[in-house]
Ligand binder design. Structure first.
Ligand code: BES
Ligand code: MN
Ligand code: ZN
Length: 482
């Protein structure tokens, strides 16, 4: 999608759909007032009114409701622009020209971001899509009072859109294509952005004593990988880094504790945490963020096999703690145990944030709009919550009660990997906490938000959301740069 910021009097190209964003209750004139009266269009958020061949020469005019003027913020601008795109994307027209009800350059840039995010599609495996279903809009013009100012505000948002798209692509790929080594290869290719990428294979992880992570991948013909991504953008290249760790289960069959067939295909998405960490590193490099950051991806495939790990097995993690594997389907925490220990052991970061599609229980607790936040540090939590609200990626903090650790006491090892159904997301987080070694840490359980099927948010097409990239990018920008 090509983006331009233009002045109101700039000529529109041929085949343009004009979108006028209007506030609720705003007065419309002439033909538009009559059209609105004939259709119950009031300008309420999300409403659209399509007018074909309107007076004035545009091929098509769509009115988009933006809700109340007082609540028109950056998210509302994104959503209105994304809704406009959705209304005309497959119209046969080629340019979308958006007129906003506000002169703010930042809002114009966010409107452009909204279109970039809404126009994401994963269509590489479609060979027979009817032409009339294919999107035709290839260019978006956002009309701005000061086009240069809007343009200057856009590059960091374009970098964000690129990164979110990269994450969505990773998460959408089927598991026969995106297995750990292929994932690692795609991350390695990001060295062209200025990132440093190291890939550890099974021999290296064996040497490090990562019995917990390796046990998960043991039943797969695909080798497990640990990927270390580094962005050194701070003025002081040796300044203490911040760190992000992602669960990257490229496919989660459950292993020997196999999942039911119904819905199992969704488990190609079980690398959404690693996908988000990759996207974050992508945007930090893309906008040359002034920060030193580490991204660690634990990449495995969880499969049943003669060589697979069994329920009841005891594995030894890199931390030295032994783990009784009660259920081979509680594999994400086993991967994170070693990835997180390795992270703090090697990099001594200021803090660690892990992202993981960890538990079905978080969906039961919070539904599909909120991800769960667990943390041993109030300041880190506050920074995450503030960024999450501003980026429209909601988080809800849940407790880490010490007394629930009883649920993961093992009869024969230091800890077991499941704590039963009560508080299932909490006991999963408590398990992970045993591997953070006292470092400031937050865990985001994104099993509820990594994909939407269907999505009700105009900037998120059905499927992979890229959840986490936006909120972490803002959290870094607002607290840890410069
Ligand atoms: N990847 C799943 C969690 C998940 C479930 C993500 C549904 C998205 C949608 C995770 O590995 C898992 O299987 N968790 C188990 C844990 C249980 C065995 C303690 C779960 O949530 O059922
Ligand atoms: Mn599982
Ligand atoms: Zn899983």
């Amino acid at each position: 999608m090509e983006i331009e910021f233009v002045a109101a009097d700039a000529a529109a190209p041929q085949k343009t759909a004009l979108a006028r964003i209007v506030f609720e209750g705003a007065a419309l004139e002439g033909q538009l007032a009559r059209a609105a009266a004939a259709s119950r269009f009031t300008g309420a958020k999300g409403q659209t009114l399509d007018i074909l061949a309107p007076e004035g020469g545009a091929a098509r005019l769509v009115l988009v409701g933006a809700g109340k003027a007082e609540s028109f913020d950056a998210t509302a601008a994104e959503h209105a622009a994304a809704t406009a795109y959705g209304a005309v994307k497959a119209s046969g027209l080629e340019t979308l020209r958006i007129e906003l009800p506000s002169a703010d350059a930042q809002l114009a840039a966010r409107a452009a971001l909204g279109v970039r995010l809404a126009s994401y599609r994963f269509d590489k495996y479609r060979t027979k899509e009817p032409v009339e279903k294919k999107p035709t809009i290839t260019k978006t013009q956002v009309v701005a009072a000061e086009p240069d100012k809007a343009l200057a505000a856009f590059p960091s948002l374009a970098a964000l859109a690129d990164a979110v798209s990269f994450t969505r692509d990773l998460v959408s790929e089927p598991a026969n294509v995106l297995y750990p080594a292929e994932f690692a290869k795609r991350v390695k290719a990001l060295e062209s952005l200025g990132l440093e990428v190291e890939v550890l294979g099974e021999p290296e992880m064996t040497k490090l004593g990562m019995g917990s992570l390796l046990g998960v991948g043991q039943g797969s013909v695909r080798d497990s990988q640990l990927v270390v991504i580094r962005w050194n953008g701070a003025a002081d290249k040796s300044a203490q880094p911040i760190a992000f760790v992602g669960k990257g289960v490229c496919f989660d069959s459950g292993g020997i504790s196999i999942k039911p067939a119904d819905g199992m295909e969704d488990m190609k998405w079980d690398m959404g945490g690693a996908g988000a960490v990759t996207g974050l590193m992508h945007v930090l490099a893309g906008r040359k963020a002034k920060v030193n950051a580490i991204g660690i991806l634990g990449l495995v495939e969880n499969m049943p096999d003669g060589a697979a790990q069994r329920p009841g097995d005891v594995v030894t993690s890199m931390s030295g703690q032994t783990i009784e594997v009660i259920n081979t389907d509680a594999e994400g925490r086993l991967v994170l145990a070693d990835a997180i220990w390795y992270c703090q052991d090697r990099f001594k970061p200021k803090f660690m944030v892990d992202l993981a599609t960890l538990t079905g229980a978080i969906i039961i607790a919070l539904g599909h709009d909120y991800a769960g936040l667990f943390s041993n540090n109030d300041e880190l939590s506050q920074n995450l919550l503030a960024a999450s609200a501003a980026e429209g990626e909601p988080l809800w903090r849940l407790p880490l009660p010490d007394q629930y650790n009883r649920q993961i006491d093992s009869m024969i090892a230091d800890v077991k990997n499941t704590g039963g159904r009560p508080g299932g997301s909490i006991t999963a987080a408590l398990f992970i906490q045993k591997f953070v070694n006292g470092v400031a840490w937050a865990h985001l359980d994104i099993a509820s938000t990594a994909w939407k099927k269907p999505s009700a948010i105009p900037t998120i097409p059905d499927g992979a959301t890229g959840f986490g990239v936006r909120l972490l990018n803002r959290m870094v920008a607002e607290n840890y740069e410069g």
